[in-house]
Ligand binder design. Structure first.
Ligand code: GTP
Ligand code: MG
Length: 195
């Protein structure tokens, strides 16, 4: 995909604010600070369109980014951020659950996992929930630059086993820092959206 135009559209706090131009949507899920916003920036080759932060919990709404006239990236709030109150977490949870289950324009969820560590309990819950609800998904293991390439396969194996992924469930190794996995992930996305 050649990205000619990438634009922040809206931070949606409810369904009435979702865009209504019927473009396919690719959502990014993952725990706080895992690198969701950085991944968007790398995919569109912009330094800081999607706001990133070394402080977790930065993204609290559904942030819509329109790419050309082709699709939206939807940056979801990160889960597993302990400093957010429980009641607030529950409201987010319902909101995001509703989006993931009922948004017809949603073509693919990128579940972002830190390649360095075994998936957390929250990651495992998220993966199982998406699978159970038949939400099309691709696991993306990011921050690959933080480990030597020779160890990637070992880490991928741990991720696959911990999430109990099936053999043919897709997984892309990624680094927002280096751009590793970018073309492979674009190919995956293009396969899922109708042109
Ligand atoms: P929330 O919006 O809080 O849920 O976080 P997020 O998942 O959007 O994470 P974000 O993209 O803001 O990145 C968090 C931190 O990780 C930042 O300091 C990034 O620079 C760093 N980071 C993200 N991806 C990578 C990567 O591939 N490699 C390296 N080395 N650092 C990364
Ligand atoms: Mg973010």
């Amino acid at each position: 995909m050649k990205v000619n135009q990438a634009e922040f559209i809206i931070s949606a706090v409810g369904p009435s604010q979702y865009p209504d131009d019927a473009l396919p949507e690719i959502a990014l899920a993952g725990r706080s600070n895992v690198g969701k916003s950085s991944l968007i920036n790398r995919m569109i080759q912009r330094k800081n369109l999607a706001r990133t932060s070394s402080k977790p919990g930065k993204t609290q709404q559904l942030n819509y980014y329109r790419i050309n006239e082709d699709l939206y990236f939807v940056d979801l709030p990160g889960y597993g951020y302990a400093q957010v109150s429980k009641s607030k977490r529950e409201i987010w949870g319902k909101f995001i659950e509703g989006y993931l289950m009922h948004r017809e324009l949603l073509k693919l969820v990128l579940l972002i996992i830190d390649l360095r560590h075994p998936p957390s309990k929250d990651d495992q819950t998220m993966y199982a929930w998406l699978k159970h609800n038949d939400v099309p998904m691709c696991v993306v293991t990011t921050k690959a630059d933080k480990i030597t390439k020779g160890h990637w396969a070992k880490h991928v194996k741990i991720v696959r086993e911990t999430l109990q992924m099936a053999k043919d469930d897709p997984l892309v190794v990624f680094s927002s820092e280096l751009g590793v996995g970018k073309d492979e992930l674009w190919a995956m996305i293009e396969k899922e959206i109708d042109w």
